[in-house]
Ligand binder design. Structure first.
Ligand SMILES: NS(=O)(=O)c1ccc(NC(=O)NCCO)cc1
Ligand SMILES: [Zn+2]
Length: 258
């Protein structure tokens, strides 16, 4: 729709026009009826160790929670994956108002926000930075957020946001289990895509959960009080930090459910 076009020219994405030749870019609109049920897809297995949580910081695009990925402590496996992947970080994308904010869409339905849990393949890469450049080096689990009940698990994260209001602010965040942000429904879609912010590399196996989690208005408002800007600069609210939809091109989205 119209605001998507406006966002394509949003300062954050002026480089948008420079990514030429991409054949598997993200995000996409998932057309439920065009997705193909794949009976070979296994249930996703998630084992996060809350003590691997390190800190939360404002990287100027989003707020991000970083994990200790020096061992196979917080890992995912199963689903469409051939081996295990290590959790590196998670972050969110959201809008200025509840009418938009997610990166992916389902039948053109947009959610107010989207969580991304970013993992890398320690079997084919020696570090996250390497895996960013590897075909299928990364797995990102996408979880939609919808307006509804207060999310108690998220609140611990929200309470830390004032401490990372400005770009490059960082605060220790010791014990947090991101499994609490996962919907209980096991259903997901999966497709081959890319990072949605520079370097936009086409190294991501996306796993998009079908069922959103619920958060309340106050929790979304707290996201919108973060700033893109550093301390001392003219304040710019951190909102609309999502990339516009990208063409599906020659890709099929598979579903784990009928
Ligand atoms: N939004 S997204 O596709 O999940 C994503 C995840 C990681 C990155 N990049 C990243 O973590 N870079 C740090 C060092 O390469 C960019 C976008
Ligand atoms: Zn993201």
């Amino acid at each position: 729709s119209s605001y998507r076009l406006r966002d394509a020219l949003h300062p954050l994405w002026q480089s948008e026009l420079s990514v030429s030749g991409g054949t598997r870019q993200s995000p996409i609109n998932i057309q439920w009826r065009d997705s193909v049920y794949d009976p070979h897809l296994k249930p996703l297995k998630i084992h996060y160790d809350p003590t691997t949580c390190l800190y939360i910081w404002n990287n100027g695009y989003s707020f991000q929670v970083e994990f200790d990925d020096s061992a196979d402590k917080s890992v995912i496996m199963g689903g469409p994956l051939e081996n295990h992947y290590r959790l590196k970080q998670f972050h969110f994308h959201w809008g200025a108002i509840n009418e938009w904010g997610s990166e992916h869409m389902v039948d053109s339905k947009v959610y107010p926000a989207e969580l991304h849990l970013v993992h890398w393949n320690p079997v084919t890469s020696t570090s996250f930075e390497d895996a960013v450049m590897e075909n299928n080096g990364l797995v990102v689990i996408g979880v939609f957020l919808k307006l509804g009940a207060h999310h108690a698990g998220l609140q611990k994260l929200v309470d830390a946001l004032p401490a990372v209001r400005h770009k490059d602010a960082i605060v220790e965040f010791d014990v947090f289990d991101p499994s609490c942000l996962m919907p209980s429904c096991p259903d997901y879609w999966t497709y081959d895509g890319s990072l949605t912010t520079p370097p936009l590399t086409e190294s991501v196996t996306w796993i998009i959960k079908k069922t959103p989690i619920e958060v309340d208005q106050n929790q979304l408002e707290e996201f919108r009080m973060l700033l893109f800007t550093s301390a001392g600069e003219e304040e710019k609210r951190m909102v609309d930090n999502f990339r516009p939809l990208q063409p599906l091109m020659n890709r099929t989205v598979r579903s784990s459910f009928r």
